[in-house]
Design a protein around this ligand. Structure first.
Ligand SMILES: Cc1cc2nc3c(=O)[nH]c(=O)nc-3n(C[C@H](O)[C@H](O)[C@H](O)COP(=O)(O)OP(=O)(O)OC[C@H]3O[C@@H](n4cnc5c(N)ncnc54)[C@H](O)[C@@H]3O)c2cc1C
Length: 288
């Protein structure tokens, strides 16, 4: 979707491919036309991010397929009367707010396993405010219940279904969106060294310098959603990581001291329809 042709000012090359293996000084990639090509490196930055259910992140490999995915989802919402959103984190809240504010004639239900929106990590004041906003948009909120997924799954979520929660609530819907279950894309790092992956989180272990946490791989960095840095996973943080990584590669080349990444305060933006909530933990809460 985002063209990369202006990425490098002085040389550089973009390879549109899937990295299948990471070795200590090369990666192996599959392109559309060639499998198993090797690309050698002196320094490597791994930024493979995380996978989410559609529509949060798409699975298409090309712009055309991606646009087709979005159109199918948009049309399904347009034609639906009842929309079910499973998961009341930032993604589910934003999606419910968007749909309910555009289509006031549709029934939007949001099921969340916790007793309130978001989790206990977030201040209660924020979840109360978001609950009030969704209530005003007539979003039906069901807290403390979990949807039981049929063994065959829910397909693309674009067909009518009746689902049940663990507490026996039955919910009819024409369209379903799964808004939980982000998974870090760290499988490929296991091809380099399985011990680099945290067992419980499947995040990659990094040093404060964002080098992989193993002295054999001082020339390999990781950034963004895949890292085990203790902070919420956000795009702007990936950008902050990138600044540290870029500095540190130059420092390694010049034999200088490396910089460390220090997580800043927690910040979150949650748009509900046309209202945007900005929350900076321990500081202030504003809506625009
Ligand atoms: C619905 C939603 C809303 C969000 N809103 C915000 C927001 O408002 N503000 C904010 O700051 N953050 C937001 N985020 C979080 C933000 O999207 C992520 O934190 C950010 O995209 C992480 O960047 P990244 O570079 O680590 O990974 P990604 O953006 O996930 O990029 C990783 C890329 O690597 C590719 N890749 C994976 N494996 C391979 C492989 N083996 N070979 C080649 N390529 C590979 C993937 O296809 C992908 O293109 C949101 C996330 C979601 C899901």
């Amino acid at each position: 979707m985002i063209p990369y042709y202006n990425l490098f000012q002085h040389g550089g090359k973009i390879v549109h491919a899937i990295v299948t293996t990471i070795n200590k000084n090369e990666v192996i990639v599959d392109t559309e036309t060639e499998w198993g090509t090797n690309i050698p490196f002196e320094y490597l930055i791994i930024a493979t991010g995380s996978s989410h259910n559609k529509p949060a992140k798409m699975t298409a490999d090309s712009k055309e397929e991606g646009i087709a995915e979005i159109i199918a989802q948009r049309d399904a919402v347009k034609n639906a009367n009842k929309i079910l959103i499973i998961g009341g984190g930032p993604v589910g809240i934003e999606l419910a707010g968007e749909i309910a504010s555009v289509y006031q004639d549709k029934e939007v239900a949001l099921v969340h396993s916790e007793g309130h929106l978001l989790t206990d990590q977030f201040p209660k004041k924020l979840s109360d405010l978001l609950t009030k906003q969704l209530n005003e948009l007539n979003v039906k909120l069901i807290f403390g219940e979990k949807i039981i997924f049929p063994s065959s799954g829910i397909g693309d979520g674009l067909s009518p279904l009746t689902l049940e929660t663990d507490k026996g609530t039955r919910i009819d819907s024409d369209v379903q969106f799964v808004a939980f279950g982000a998974k870090p894309n760290t499988e490929v790092i296991k091809t380099l060294d399985q011990s680099l992956i945290e067992q419980n989180t499947t995040l990659v272990k990094v040093k404060p310098t964002l080098q992989l946490e193993h002295d054999d791989y001082a020339h390999i960095f990781a950034l963004g959603d895949i890292t085990n840095v203790k902070e919420t996973k956000l795009a702007y943080r990936a950008g902050l990581h990138a600044d540290v990584v870029a500095k540190n590669i130059i420092a390694l080349i010049n034999n200088k001291n490396l910089a460390e990444y220090k997580p800043g305060p927690e910040v979150i933006f949650i748009p509900i329809g046309k209202v945007l909530y900005f929350f900076c933990f321990n500081l202030l809460m504003r809506s625009f």
